[in-house]
Design a protein around this ligand. Sequence first.
Ligand SMILES: C[S@@+](CC[C@H](N)C(=O)[O-])C[C@H]1O[C@@H](n2cnc3c(N)ncnc32)[C@H](O)[C@@H]1O
Length: 346
Amino acid sequence: MSYGQPFWRIAQPQFSSQSAKEDLSQFLDTIVLVFNICVDRNVQLQLEEGKDRTKEQVSCDLKEFCMAEIFNNSRVYKYNLSRQIERLDFNNVVTQWGYMYVYMCRHIHLVYHVMSTALRQNRITVHSKMQTSICAIGAGPGSDVLGLLMFFREAGIRFPFSEINLLDRCVAWNDSWRSLIEKLPKDISGALGECNYHHFDFFNDELTDNLRRVINKATFVTFVKSVSPVSAWLRGKQFHYQHRNGQPPRGHWHSIYSILQCMQPGAIVLYIDNGSSQNTVHRKILMDSALLLGFQVLYEDNLTDFRMPCLFSKTCKEFIKYMNFRPCSVAGQNDTLLLWKPNRTY
Ligand SMILES: C[S@@+](CC[C@H](N)C(=O)[O-])C[C@H]1O[C@@H](n2cnc3c(N)ncnc32)[C@H](O)[C@@H]1O
């Protein structure tokens, strides 16, 4: 079976420092390395089972499998997000790996770009002793965390995090995340410290005590490409619980309202999601709750055809050739926001 590269448009590369480019290239190399380790493991398993297969044959099967998942990833994200139909099953490790190879670095770079642009424009500040407690919502493989790490490393902060909590409906991401960070260079993995995955589902309006605790401790909460997959459901809910006459809602709202309400004063939200304007359903779902709770906008931007710099290593180039498929480097339309929760809130 052979696959061609789909559609990604050409755009001008955006500014990135050498250190950020190298980090990004290191992340992609490690994703490729994880694939190769998986091939070796499968060869070993098949040899133990007495199957007469060469490394090339196993690798070819795995490639076919991954390519099918990569194309499935593209199809679902391109056509089905606005409707309440099919979503990807990230419990499958091949689906996870396909997502990581195609999209992870692009999302890491988007996070890094928003943070560094907000810093350059003096919308946010960092200081060398700063330690941030992160809570990434719909965190998936951990792109949000690595994007922030890249940003802090460039700012010269070697140990930026006091705590990292990743919330996702699919906690099976934990395995891919562990395999990835285990293989990253020590100066990168060592900077992360302890990371914990927690089960969280956007469809549960009420947060468990554990989730309330980790969200409340966070000084930085991220929603990176995690609201759009659920917005087709949440928009109906929001309609039912709409507040009246500017008063806070009685009873409950949806999970995003619960998260923002639970955050501590002074904490920041980073939101990045698909959209060519500020009128997307997903942004509205977030902003309706944020405005009601008194959040302030620190920074916002709409990015079009934003491109990550590609500093592919030799190994990575060979792998791209072998797969006949490049990781996605251009992000079409992206709506980006940084919000701040003030001291006085409802
Ligand atoms: C497009 S991925 C984004 C992941 C990551 N933030 C990134 O930018 O690479 C969407 C994530 O949302 C998670 N997700 C989908 N539906 C969810 C739900 N109902 N509750 C919680 N997480 C969900 C998926 O498991 C996946 O990890």
